[in-house]
Design a protein around this ligand. Structure first.
Ligand SMILES: Nc1ncnc2c1ncn2[C@@H]1O[C@H](COP(=O)(O)OP(=O)(O)OP(=O)(O)O)[C@@H](O)[C@H]1O
Length: 613
């Protein structure tokens, strides 16, 4: 497609350059051969003034192409600036701008073009501006929709938080990821511009005599259809071939440009394909453990619905804290609040939010460099955290180059070392690959490598193994354990799999309906020494490593957790709780210490302990 389209367009462009030079005078020469039909001398006949139609069609190529290119450039430039600018502006402009673009798109382009030409004097300039303005809402709408979806991806959200300017965000993340569809629309727009320009010339609103384009020639040819039927063939064929060439070129270019559709074989050096297992560098210092992350009374809500209700958490250097709970219990929201990566649609407050001594609890964005170097985040879905249009190497080295001032070469070396540490095979070759060229497990490891490159004090890992098969899961967990013990990195590990957290964590917090309902040392969890009926139910519903599922089948927990808007003053677990008592329906319990060194928020447990005392 690319070759066919490029060949057709090249022929047209060459004609546009050379035809007026070679045949310009001949095409305008008046002869006595008026309205002749097709002959060896005049292949497409002559017009009412005896001018050769074929030569005029060839000469008209330059003006037609220039006008179409001008109109497309206006449409693309204004459209992209409008569409993407609205996305990167504030929330109010984003909503109002998108509605305004929708409104403009609802007007057919030709009506807008007719309105604009009616204001100006007919001619080349006015018709180009008219067609350009008529098509720019379509580009704006496409760019707006695409940029909107790109702007919510994790790599853009993180980049914005790290202080990247709007222009840079547009240039680095938004435009490369919307280039392919915009290119296709540009080529279609070019073809449509030619047809629309010809349409306006046909109506007498476009190019005026003595200038002429294919549209004007087509209009003359249709007027003379009964005298010389082939006269209109030349301009019609020229419009058709140029439109076809532009369409094929755009489609071909989109395939070539879009890395996910490319069919280039991965550049992997097989001789270097062996896994290398260089040890991680230990940086953990002995001595008293410093609290790396400290969170008090975190509240997050979506409108009126509370999603997280008063969560408090401390994580010390070298400690791994697990967050478990059913889907929707608020684990990810808590973790993203800790990393200051909450969606802007959510509101939050906390009495304290500190990471590595930095107060993150300020209303403005915390210092990007501190954030970039103190905190590493491993997201649940590795495919959404990498920019698909940039090489893995470029993305891995960015934080080091931008926030630590490391040279490009040194950053690349560190990134290769880190990829090797996380056991990515052929790390040098991977640096030059796009994210889609890596397997899911490789992408996950590359994301862990990226999160660890700046040697963060705190690593937040949100379901880091959910998307992986069991063998890779075990590898990734081993790797996280190794990093934690050798580097002393504090970790918050989120999982709905109680076996995963008990394998890796020192302490586990169990979440239910936006609250921590039990905090338990992992040894107690493994031994089943838990107090809250919800934690007991979770354990009963999870297959242990040696569980015999025939003689000891799993006991699923009946009922469902309340939706965020449904929680009230009562204990939110009460409707599903086998130990529920009248007090549970009146008062939400708070976390209180239990005799095993943990904490549980349950009236029944308090009652039991009081009786035992
Ligand atoms: N941007 C948002 N806007 C509105 N509600 C949200 C938003 N993000 C999350 N929620 C809601 O917050 C609640 C907690 O979501 P969260 O993602 O923290 O759950 P989770 O415990 O991590 O679940 P999972 O294990 O399925 O990831 C859910 O009810 C979810 O629908």
């Amino acid at each position: 497609m690319l070759v066919c389209g490029a060949s057709l367009l090249t022929v047209m462009v060459l004609l546009g350059i050379f035809a007026p030079i070679i045949w310009g005078e001949q095409a305008d020469a008046l002869t006595a051969d008026i309205r002749q039909g097709s002959s060896a001398e005049h292949l497409l006949g002559t017009d009412a003034l005896g001018r050769d139609i074929l030569l005029r069609t060839l000469v008209a190529t330059r003006l037609t192409l220039l006008m179409a290119a001008g109109a497309t450039a206006i449409a693309v430039l204004i459209g992209i600036l409008l569409g993407a600018g609205v996305v990167l502006a504030g929330r109010f402009v984003r909503g109002a701008g998108a509605r305004a673009i929708d409104l403009l798109v609802s007007y057919p382009p030709i009506i807008i073009a007719l309105a604009v030409t009616a204001i100006f004097t007919p001619g080349v300039g006015s018709v180009v501006v008219a067609i350009g303005l008529a098509f720019c809402p379509q580009f704006a709408r496409l760019t707006n929709t695409l940029a909107n979806s790109v702007s919510t991806r994790q790599y853009v959200v993180v980049s914005r938080l790290l202080g990247t300017s709007r222009t840079k965000l547009l240039q680095r993340h938004v435009l490369p990821n919307i280039a392919a569809p915009v290119l296709v629309l540009t080529s279609v727009g070019f073809a449509t511009s030619i047809v629309s320009l010809s349409g306006l010339s046909f109506l007498g609103l476009g190019v005026q005599q003595p200038e002429y384009d294919w549209g004007a020639l087509l209009a003359a040819g249709l007027r003379d259809l009964s005298v010389n039927p082939v006269e209109s063939l030349g301009p019609a064929l020229a419009i058709l071939l140029t439109g076809l060439g532009a369409g094929l070129f755009g489609d071909g270019l989109a395939k070539y440009w879009e890395p996910r559709q490319s069919v280039r074989p991965p550049r992997i050096n097989r001789s270097r394909g062996k896994q290398l297992t260089a040890p991680l560098t230990a940086v953990a210092s002995d001595g008293e453990r410093e609290v790396v992350a400290s969170l008090r009374e975190l509240q997050v809500s979506a409108g009126d619905a509370p999603l997280v209700r008063g969560v408090s958490l401390d994580i010390a250097a070298g400690e791994v804290v697990g967050l478990v709970g059913e889907s929707g219990s608020g684990k990810s929201v808590t973790a993203m609040a800790l990393a200051r990566l909450l969606s802007p649609s959510l509101s939050w407050s906390a009495d304290r939010l500190r990471i590595a001594g930095t107060d993150m609890h300020r209303s403005d964005v915390p210092a990007p460099t501190r954030l970039a170097t103190d905190l590493g985040v491993v997201f649940q879905d590795p495919s959404s955290c990498f920019n698909p249009a940039l090489h893995i190497g470029t993305q891995l080295t960015e934080v080091l180059r931008v926030h630590k001032g490391v040279s490009r070469k040194a950053a690349a070396k560190l990134a290769v070392d880190r990829l090797r540490e996380v056991r990515v095979s052929s790390p040098e070759a991977r640096m030059h690959q796009y994210p889609h060229e890596l397997s899911g497990g490789m992408r996950q490891r590359a994301m862990i490598a990226m999160a660890l490159l700046s040697e963060p004090r705190l690593l937040v890992a949100d379901e880091p193994t959910t998307a992986l098969d069991v063998t890779v899961q075990a590898d990734v967990l081993r790797l996280l354990h190794q990093i934690n013990t050798e580097r002393g990195t504090a970790m918050l590990l989120i999982s709905h799999d109680i076996n995963v957290v008990s394998a890796l964590c020192d302490r586990v917090c169990v979440m239910y309906a936006g609250r921590i309902v039990e905090e338990v040392p992992v040894a107690d969890l493994r031994a089943g020494r838990v107090h809250h009926p919800y934690t007991k139910a979770l354990l009963a519903a999870s297959p242990g490593e040696d569980a015999d599922r025939v003689t000891a089948p799993l006991k699923p927990l009946a009922g469902r957790p309340p939706k965020p808007g449904e929680v009230g003053n009562a204990c939110s677990f009460a409707p599903r709780c086998p130990l529920a008592m009248p007090r549970c329906l009146e008062e939400d319990p708070v976390l209180l210490p239990d005799p095993d060194g943990g904490q549980a928020a349950c009236h029944a447990v308090d009652h039991e302990l009081a009786v035992a005392r």
